[in-house]
Design a protein around this ligand. Structure first.
Ligand code: ZN
Length: 289
């Protein structure tokens, strides 16, 4: 390990909860207070929570609780069977970007979608997604929100995302927002250990991302060795096989200075009392990350 890991114990400002971890069981106002009470300094809310209230109110509640908004989750899927549907999808994302700006989110997480029903053309869908990202990037720039592309584990390539490795995302970013573009960057990646831990190119690609200031978010959970469900069985940090401190070290060594964000989709943790989830997540951030 090159650098020393940042000590999370003394830095609540670096400890973030993605509200998906809590299973969307409570109104966002209650969730916000529980997260602040548990000693976290940042929150990443989801659209379903914000859109069931309104972004300005939620934004005020978050500030009043003393929390920062790390990011806003997440994009509507981009792929569509025809251009009418494609432009509808872009509009949904523009509306969400407006909410991200209102919330003061540092980035908008993009899970881009994949094959539409009946299609087997993964190359075509990847081209359509790239076109959509280019269009949304212009809008994101105009309102000062950054787009964080999240590569998803290849097991989701058929339905949730056709962006499956960090290298693939960085290649797309290089084409869409070149280093010679003037002004601050508005396109980067959200790195989630669940999706990238297996990748033999991870270390090299994290260095590449860092060199160009493209790492916008860092998500932690764990990969359970005998996972039971492809979506709803993520592990709490320390319960699985991912070398989280090793990956975090690489990410921070590459220049990432943002929050460490807990994001756990799990039947088990979604049926555990929320205060208990928050307390264990806080402890594992200090001891297993
Ligand atoms: Zn994630």
């Amino acid at each position: 390990m090159a650098n020393q890991l940042r000590r999370l114990a003394d830095r609540p400002d670096l400890c973030c909860i993605n509200t998906a971890t809590l299973g969307f069981r409570l109104p966002i106002s209650v969730t916000i207070d529980a997260i602040a009470r548990a000693g976290f300094g940042a929150i990443t809310p989801w659209r379903r929570e914000v859109e069931s209230s309104d972004a300005a109110t939620v934004s005020r509640q978050i500030r009043d609780a003393g929390l920062n908004v790390a990011a806003y989750c997440r994009s509507s899927f981009l792929p569509a069977e025809n251009s009418v549907e494609f432009f509808k999808n872009l509009d949904l994302n523009r509306r969400a970007l407006d909410e991200a700006a209102l919330l003061g989110a540092q980035s908008f997480v993009m899970v881009v979608g994949s094959l539409v029903p009946g299609s087997r053309d993964l190359s075509a869908v990847r081209m359509q997604v790239e076109e959509g990202i280019r269009i949304l990037l212009e809008y994101a720039r105009s309102i000062g929100v950054k787009l964080a592309l999240e590569p998803l584990h290849p097991m989701y390539a058929s339905d949730r995302s056709c962006l499956n490795t960090l290298e693939q995302c960085l290649d797309l970013i290089d084409r869409a927002e070149t280093g010679s573009d003037r002004g601050p960057r508005h396109l980067g990646v959200a790195l989630d250990v669940y999706h990238v831990w297996w990748d033999p190119k991870l270390t090299d690609q994290v260095k590449r991302a860092g060199k160009d200031d493209r790492i916008l978010a860092f998500h932690v959970c764990d990969w359970l060795a005998s996972t039971q469900d492809l979506l709803m069985d993520r592990g709490m940090m320390g319960d699985g096989v991912v070398d989280i401190p090793g990956i975090r070290n690489t990410v921070e060594d590459a220049g990432y200075a943002g929050v460490v964000e807990v994001e756990i989709f799990s039947k088990r943790w979604w049926s555990t009392p929320i205060d208990e989830v928050l307390s264990i997540a806080g402890e594992r951030l200090r001891t297993a990350c």
